[in-house]
Design a protein around this ligand. Structure first.
Ligand SMILES: [Zn+2]
Length: 356
């Protein structure tokens, strides 16, 4: 588990907010290099890692999408040396005041903190309960003159929370959504170096999931895979979470079921998990999963898509928490799935039952 933990920590410490994934992409590129035959970056900023299969041409391909972009903040206004901010992706705004952040300016990274004005200075409606984002600002401790010189509108602000390792293989930090899944995919690629696979594999670290899901959509059109598998995070149980809307940590990934996933692909994953005795949980999505799976499923002429999710607590806060073994289980299930893909696999996805 140490390798997984170290890689998660490395990836969540890198910035890379939606639309500006460069810093984290460069790290993933280096990490994927030994496990892939080719690496490239798309026009929108996706990272593609290609592993050639051993099957006969024309080979089928499976695309695995894990979004690498993170949520954060953007400087929307500067006044008296203080930075007004807007959100990149959906942030749980209740936890913002008091957070340490990093302001990424053109020249340097500045430390800062999100602060709120004293309650009595706010309008009546904002005096109780969480203070809305529009009243919050970032203080960098610099003078108005220094701020005017260094900070530009549109500079990005990311969380500066340090990762924490807890007893029993739990890890906390910001951007676990979805860097944890990038790690699961990385581990699967590593496992595949020791196994044969018939199909080609496209490992994709997608851009912009938290904003436009455009990374996933464009990867579907560009790479035209036969199948797609998306890995993301889902809500884990914690005291007070509704039983039916959250999942156990340390009980394996969830397998997505519903109109956003292909039922026969679901079955293939479920059968495999049972056979390999990898724990899993069934997660029902009655509508859009809100993940890259939503876009990939309808890209090109439609791509049979499956969604695996790693249970995680406190989503979209700087202290997301998960169990590292769930990452390992996800990567193993994924790698094993890739190795069972053969010429006949697509027959399993037929909508009509074929009678002999
Ligand atoms: Zn996500």
């Amino acid at each position: 588990m140490t390798e997984i933990k170290d890689l998660v920590k490395k990836l969540i410490t890198a910035s890379g907010l939606s639309g500006d994934e460069g810093p984290v992409r460069e790290i993933i590129e280096e990490v994927w290099r030994p496990f892939t035959d080719e690496l490239s970056v798309s026009k929108l900023g996706n990272l593609y890692g290609f592993r050639k299969g051993v099957g006969e041409e024309p080979r089928k391909s499976v695309l695995i999408a894990t979004h690498m972009d993170a949520i954060g903040l953007i400087v929307s206004h500067v006044r008296d040396g203080l930075l007004r901010i807007d959100e990149i992706g959906g942030i749980d705004q209740r936890i913002l005041p008091g957070q340490m952040v990093t302001v990424h300016t053109q020249g340097e990274d500045l430390p800062g903190m999100v602060v709120q004005p004293p309650a009595h200075t706010l309008p009546d409606e904002a005096q109780s309960g969480p203070v809305p984002l529009k009243y919050l600002f970032v203080d960098t401790g610099l003078t108005p003159r220094q701020v005017a010189r260094k900070v530009r509108l549109g500079d990005l602000v990311s969380f500066a929370t340090e990762p924490i390792e807890f007893e029993g293989d739990c890890l906390s930090g910001h951007s676990m959504d979805n860097r944890a899944s990038v790690v699961a995919l990385t581990e699967a690629l590593k496992l595949l170096t020791k196994r044969q696979h018939q199909w080609d594999v496209w490992a994709v670290a997608t851009a912009q999931e938290e904003e436009t899901m455009g990374g996933a959509l464009t990867s579907g059109y560009q790479l035209r895979p036969t199948l797609a598998v998306v890995i993301d995070v889902t809500h884990a149980k914690s005291p007070g979470t509704p039983e039916h809307l959250s999942f156990e940590m340390d009980k394996g990934p969830t397998l997505g079921w519903g109109p956003n996933t292909h039922p026969k692909l679901y079955e293939a994953f479920e059968d495999l998990a049972k056979e390999l005795e990898i724990p899993y949980q069934r997660e029902v999505y009655a509508r859009s999963s809100g993940t890259d799976a939503w876009m990939l499923q309808v890209a090109v002429e439609g791509i049979p898509t499956m969604l695996l999710s790693i249970p995680l607590r406190y989503m979209h806060t700087p202290v997301e928490l998960l169990h590292v073994k769930d990452i390992a289980r996800t990567s193993r299930l994924l790698a094993e799935f890739i190795t069972i893909l053969d010429d006949e696999f697509l027959d399993k996805l037929n909508w009509e039952k074929t009678e002999e």
